[in-house]
Ligand binder design. Structure first.
Ligand code: KG4
Ligand code: ZN
Length: 363
C-alpha cells in the first residue's frame, strides 16, 4: 500500500511517499520538509498568516517533488493523506485542500489524518515497535503525555494547562534577546551558565497527575531578567541555564508520574518498557538526560526517533494514513480542517481544561 502524505499544520511544509507492507513494515520512499524559520525570525515566533501563505505557495511543488523522488506518479498511489488538524487553521487548509484536489483528480481515496496520531505512531517509522508505549510529545505546539495502547486507542495522561514546553524556551530566549528559535539559543547560552544562581519556581508542585504548566516559569524568567540592572553575557548564561534546568526538571518529573500510571495499567509488560520522546524540545541534551534518568528509575528505556521524524514531517502523516487505509478507513471530500482535534476524545470530555486547550495552536 503506497500513500502520499502532506503536512502543513504549523511552520513546516512537508510531503512524503511511504509504502506499508502487509506485515506492517514500512519504507519511506521520499521525505521532504521545508522549514519557514527565516520568514518568522523577525517576529520571534510563528505568525499564522505568514505560515499559511508560505504553505499555500510551496505545497503542490513539494507533493510533485516527493512523488518524483520516489520515482512514482499519482497513479501509483493507493491513497492521499493529509493532516486535517489540529493546528493553525490557515496552514492546515493548505495541505488538506491540496490532498482533496489530488484525490479527486486522480480518483484516489482521501485520508484526513490527526497530526497527533502521526506523532504517536512515529517510532514505527524506525522500527516495528509493538504496542503499547508511552509517548512524551514536546515541541513548540504540543506538550502531551499519551499512552499509545493500540492503533486508534490513545489515552492522554497529561497535557499543558497553558504554554507548550517549546514556547517556554522560545519566550525565555526572546526576553533575553537570544534569537529565534529559542530552544537551541537557550541551550547554547546555558553551556557557560550556572543554573543554581537563580531560583526559578517549580510548576504544579502540589498538583497531582501528569499535567504541565510553563506560564509561571516564563513570568519568573522575565521578572528575574528585569531585576538585573545591566545584564551582561554571564547573566544571560546563568538565567538561560536556570530556565533550561527548570523546564527539564518539570518535564522529567511529570513524565515520571505518567510512567508510574502506565506501568500500573500494563503490569505484565516486559521491562524495560518503551518511553518515546518526540518533538523539537527532545533535541535538548539536558531534557534528554533528565528523561533518561527518570526512565531508568522507573524501568523504562528512552526511545528517541531521529530528529527528522521527531519534529513535524509528512512521513508520519503518510504512515497514519496508510494504517487507516489498510483498515478500509477513508474520508469524504468534505472532511473539515480542524484547529482543535484531541486524540483522546474521552480526556477532552472529562477535563474541559485540557480538552479545549487554552493556548498554543496544538496545546
Ligand atoms: O517539533 P518542532 O520542530 O516544531 C513545532 O513545534 O512545530 O519544535 C520546535 C520547538 C521550538 O519551540 C524550539 O525552540 C524547540 O522545539 N527546540 C528546542 C531545541 N531545538 C528545538 N528546545 C530546546 N532545546 C533545543 N535544542
Ligand atoms: Zn507536531
Amino acid at each position: 500500500m503506497t500513500v502520499l502524505g502532506l503536512e502543513s499544520s504549523c511552520d513546516e511544509t512537508a510531503a512524503a511517499v511511504l509504502r506499508r507492507h502487509g506485515d506492517g513494515r514500512v519504507e519511506v520512499l521520499s521525505d521532504i520538509v521545508l522549514g519557514q524559520e527565516a520568514a518568522h525570525a523577525p517576529f520571534g515566533g510563528v505568525v499564522p498568516e505568514i505560515a499559511a501563505r508560505a504553505h499555500a505557495e510551496a505545497i503542490d511543488g513539494l507533493a510533485r517533488e516527493a512523488l518524483s523522488q520516489a520515482g512514482m506518479t499519482l497513479a501509483d498511489m493507493d491513497g492521499i493523506a493529509a493532516t486535517s488538524g489540529p493546528g493553525l487553521i490557515g496552514g492546515v487548509m493548505a495541505a488538506l485542500m491540496t490532498a482533496k484536489g489530488l484525490a479527486l483528480g486522480a480518483g484516489k481515496p482521501l485520508i484526513a489524518v490527526n497530526h497527533l496520531e502521526g506523532h504517536a505512531l512515529s517510532p514505527r517509522l524506525v522500527e516495528p515497535l509493538d504496542f503499547p508505549w508511552l509517548l512524551l510529545l514536546v515541541s513548540g505546539g504540543h506538550t502531551q503525555l499519551i499512552s499509545v495502547e493500540d492503533f486508534g486507542r490513545y489515552r492522554r495522561l497529561g497535557s499543558t494547562l497553558d504554554d507548550a514546553a517549546g514556547e517556554a524556551f522560545d519566550k525565555s530566549a526572546k526576553v533575553m534577546g537570544l534569537g529565534f528559535p529559542g530552544g537551541p539559543a537557550v541551550e547554547r547560552a546555558a553551556q557557560t551558565g550556572n543554573a543554581s544562581r537563580f531560583d526559578l519556581p517549580e510548576p504544579l508542585q502540589r498538583r497531582a497527575g501528569c499535567d504541565f504548566s510553563f506560564a509561571g516559569l516564563k513570568t519568573a524568567v522575565r521578572e528575574t531578567w528585569d531585576s538585573i540592572p545591566e545584564p551582561d553575557d554571564q547573566d544571560k548564561a546563568d538565567l538561560a541555564a536556570a530556565a533550561q534546568s527548570a523546564i527539564a526538571a518539570h518535564l522529567a518529573r511529570r513524565t515520571e508520574r505518567a510512567m508510574e500510571s502506565f506501568a500500573e495499567a500494563f503490569p505484565h509488560l516486559a521491562r524495560p518498557m518503551p518511553l518515546v520522546v518526540a518533538g523539537g524540545v527532545a533535541a535538548n541534551s539536558e531534557v534528554r538526560a533528565a528523561l533518561k534518568s527518570a526512565a531508568e528509575r522507573q524501568g523504562f528505556r528512552l526511545i528517541h526517533p531521529p530528529s527528522k521524524w521527531c519534529t513535524d514531517n509528512a512521513a508520519m502523516i503518510a504512515l497514519a494514513g496508510a494504517e487507516h487505509l489498510a483498515r478500509g478507513e477513508t474520508d469524504a471530500l468534505d472532511a473539515p480542517a480542524r484547529a482543535r482535534w484531541p486524540l483522546d476524545a474521552d480526556a477532552a470530555t472529562l477535563s474541559p481544561i485540557i480538552g479545549a486547550g487554552r493556548k498554543g495552536p496544538k496545546a
